[in-house]
Design a protein around this ligand. Structure first.
Ligand SMILES: N[C@@H](CCC(=O)N[C@@H](CS)C(=O)NCC(=O)O)C(=O)O
Length: 217
């Protein structure tokens, strides 16, 4: 293998990595691991990524795939052949970028959507699942309100630096917000304007197309 290989499921958080690969021009190939079909739990995938999750990135010359979205995004953003800088060079700006990514991955994705869609991760007792899911939805709504307030100043992208690895991840979460029926356009005008800006990027269109996703906002 002499190119990166992204293991993804259409529309999952791996879409953010897919977009970053398209944006930076880092050569890669795609391997679909459709979660709705349970492909992420098949022995052949668990041999590649024992965590049974996407994204996973196979790296030329590395025996083990790289997992965890923040780690993968950072590696791509630093790739020597990148044609776009999606990680700010200034240390404080970079820390702000990491601040966003850590919060989105750990809290909004994990505690929010993880609890909503996968309550079994948080409580073995099935009778508690509706309550766990409901709490996940509340976590998402509170986090989205916070994101909405950040974009109320009409900033084009999440960071003052400009387009960064935060934006594709925010875009995925924005899309999920629509999927769970939140009134994204009406409730979060500034965020919606930014999501539209991201959606219009040719790299994003390519990634959506390759994942078979039609999306408008
Ligand atoms: N902490 C991981 C979370 C990855 C994750 O949960 N990915 C989801 C897709 S968005 C997944 O693989 N889900 C499998 C499942 O729900 O069983 C990361 O940041 O990469």
């Amino acid at each position: 293998m002499n190119t990166y290989r992204l293991y993804f499921s259409p529309g999952a958080c791996s879409l953010a990595v897919h977009i970053a690969l398209e944006e930076t021009g880092v050569p890669f190939e795609l391997v679909a691991v459709p979660i709705p079909e349970g492909a992420h739990l098949r022995p052949e995938y668990l041999e590649i990524n024992p965590k049974g999750r996407v994204p996973a990135l196979a790296i030329p010359g590395e025996a083990r795939v790289l997992t965890e979205l923040p780690a993968i995004m950072t590696l791509i953003a630093r790739h020597p052949s990148r044609t776009l800088n999606m990680l700010p060079p200034d240390p404080l700006d970079e820390a702000r970028c990491n601040e966003w990514i850590a919060w989105l991955a750990g809290w909004v994705h994990g505690a929010g959507f993880g609890a909503l869609w996968r309550p079994g991760r948080y409580a073995a007792d099935e009778s508690l699942h509706p309550a766990v899911s409901a709490q996940g939805k509340r976590t998402i709504e509170a986090a989205f309100a916070q994101i909405g307030r950040m974009f109320a100043d009409e900033r084009p992208y999440a960071l003052p630096y400009g387009y960064s690895i935060v934006d594709p991840f925010l875009f995925v979460l924005y899309r999920w917000g629509k999927l769970i029926g939140l009134p994204m356009d009406e409730a979060y005008e500034g965020w919606t304007a930014s999501a539209r800006r991201v959606l219009a990027r040719p790299a994003v269109q390519r990634a959506l197309g390759r994942e078979g996703i039609t999306f408008a906002c």
